[in-house]
Ligand binder design. Structure first.
Ligand code: SF4
Length: 250
């Protein structure tokens, strides 16, 4: 049987301290982003607008230019970079709290303006860095440090469906939800990231990918249990799929 040789992406820094928690899916997501950047040959031209939260350390791992954004403002920062430097490839890497709570206005209006940027958003149903509080994506019934009896609609309302909302915005060229619960789905996630990057390179509009991911530390689970929760609970609430792809309609 032929031996498959895995190449570490050039955009992925190799000798840096791993700063995510053990078993966190952020490591997988960042690696996928690095691989796509290399495959598209855009490393020298890429700029990431980093966010606040666990996602912030992306600039520790990617060998590209980066700018730090105030909390929730990564889409606005990316907009400014892209408008000042339209030849650059610009993307955000955010968590659901940053993108869909404090940053929801920035996210929606960048989408409605059709900014030629891309956005990768990790959905792990909680505010991770600050200790596992209820976030905009916390599922119904889910226990968090600020919803000790579980999320209920009367008090907390309902979780936001980011990929569906983004797809409704006319300025969005591509919107998808993917999952990191299995190898097969990790492969699909990479395809979606690539597509979200390509629509920017083609000048078609904003590309968005919501990635369902585990937060084993705040969920008080092993990485395996976290992936089971992603598969058995998250993927029921947040259905994976491509919600918009204007290239498929052309
Ligand atoms: S708190 Fe959760 S999302 Fe943040 S690094 Fe740890 S496991 Fe990952």
């Amino acid at each position: 049987m032929a031996t498959q040789v895995f190449k570490i992406a050039d955009s992925f820094k190799k000798d840096v301290k791993y700063t995510f928690c053990p078993g966190c899916d952020h490591g997988v997501a960042v690696r996928l982003v690095a691989e796509v950047i290399d495959e598209l040959g855009i490393r020298e031209n890429a700029i990431v607008a980093a966010a606040i939260g666990c996602s912030v350390t992306i600039y520790d791992f990617l060998n590209i230019d980066a700018l730090e954004s105030p909390h929730g403002r990564a889409m606005a920062v990316a907009t400014g970079i892209k408008r000042a430097k339209p030849d650059k490839f610009v993307f955000t890497y955010q968590g659901d709290g940053d993108f869909a709570s404090i940053g929801w206005a920035e996210s929606m209006h960048a989408a409605l303006r059709g900014e030629k940027i891309s956005s990768i958003c990790i959905n792990n149903t909680t505010f991770g860095m600050t200790g596992g509080q209820l976030g905009p994506t916390t599922m119904m019934g889910q226990v968090t440090t600020t919803s000790p009896t579980g999320r209920n609609e009367a008090y907390y309302g309902y979780p936001i469906k980011m990929a569906e909302h983004m797809a409704l915005c006319d300025g969005v060229a591509f919107s998808a939800r993917v999952s990191l619960d299995s190898v097969a789905n990790i492969r699909k996630a990479k395809q979606a990231i690539k597509k979200a990057f390509e629509v920017q390179l083609q000048g078609l509009g904003l590309g968005f990918v919501e990635i369902l991911a585990g937060c084993p530390i705040n969920w008080r689970m092993t990485p395996e249990q976290a992936h089971d929760r992603v598969k058995n609970e998250m993927m029921q609430t947040f259905k994976p799929g491509i919600y918009k792809d204007i290239t498929a309609q052309q």
